[in-house]
Design a protein around this ligand. Structure first.
Ligand code: HEC
Length: 237
């Protein structure tokens, strides 16, 4: 199928890039990809218009040129996460190339046919997860089942022997990990001393519940690291 697409420029300069395109099915996935020399941009905006584009790479005298293989207009929903064309440069915020994310600047070097040329690129650092996100992951993977449900809940639950301890958990259910992480967070309440108290009590020091793990073993280290991350989160770091 042949279709005429107009890419309007941002500044209303009324430059119309008209091109004849053979349309092919395009994926509407969110992230830009570069696979087999095809750069797929699920969302590229020009002013208040949005397109899904497939650009093909060819190397010409050392230049990395991209021609339009396919394009389809899609509903404009803002520029978040989009590649943005300002009339001169198409900025791709992030594309995975062989496991590394890059941002690309593609300068328009020809309007007929449309050709973009790679003018610069930079590696995009993966965002570091927040302390709370890291604590949550560690809790879900190494603490909820291995420590709370296996070693604490026999006593630390409403109505059981540790009822008055200020550290009460709930049985496994959907959402129990979040609730139990919250129990640790409330007990900590920003206090390094509370962290130290938990870490020493679980090794049996002054704990009616006795020794639940050895100081420095894997469980103990995971618990210590999770509590450290929670404190970091509570300190607003
Ligand atoms: C056999 C029962 C039992 C088990 C198992 C147990 N506890 Fe306890 N724990 C208690 C009791 C009873 C108290 C309250 C009296 C005390 O402080 O010793 C307590 C108190 C605590 C306190 C002090 C709370 C305060 O008042 O400040 C902490 C922290 C604690 N436990 C952590 C844990 C953790 C974490 C686990 C699991 C790794 C665990 N306990 C396993 C019975 C238990």
């Amino acid at each position: 199928m042949i279709k005429l697409i107009e890419l309007r420029t941002l500044l209303g300069a009324r430059t119309i890039l008209a091109l004849l395109l053979s349309l092919s099915p395009l994926s509407y996935a969110q992230d830009a990809t570069f696979i087999d020399n095809v750069l797929t941009l699920p969302k590229a905006t020009v002013g208040e218009a949005a397109y899904s584009l497939e650009l093909g790479l060819s190397v010409n005298q050392g230049n990395y040129d991209f021609g339009v293989l396919a394009a389809a207009e899609i509903p404009f929903t803002g520029t978040e996460g989009a590649s943005v064309f300002d009339g001169a440069v198409l900025r791709v915020p992030t594309v995975d190339v062989g496991g590394t994310n890059y941002s690309l600047d593609l300068a328009l070097v020809s309007g007929d046919p449309i050709i973009f040329r790679l003018s610069s690129y930079a590696e995009v650092a993966a965002p570091t997860p927040t302390a709370l996100a890291q604590a949550t992951t560690l809790f879900d993977e190494s603490i909820e089942t291995q420590i709370v449900q296996s070693k604490c809940i026999v006593c630390h639950k409403v109505g059981l022997i540790a009822n008055g301890s200020g550290l009460l958990f709930v049985n496994t259910s959907q959402g129990s990990a979040a609730t139990n992480l919250g129990a640790f967070a409330n007990y900590l309440n920003g206090s390094e001393a509370a962290r130290t108290r938990i870490l020493s009590m679980v090794t049996g020091v002054g704990h009616t519940g006795g020794k639940q793990m050895d100081a420095g073993d894997e469980l103990h280290q995971n618990l210590g690291e999770m509590l450290r991350l929670l404190l970091e989160h509570q300190a607003g770091i």
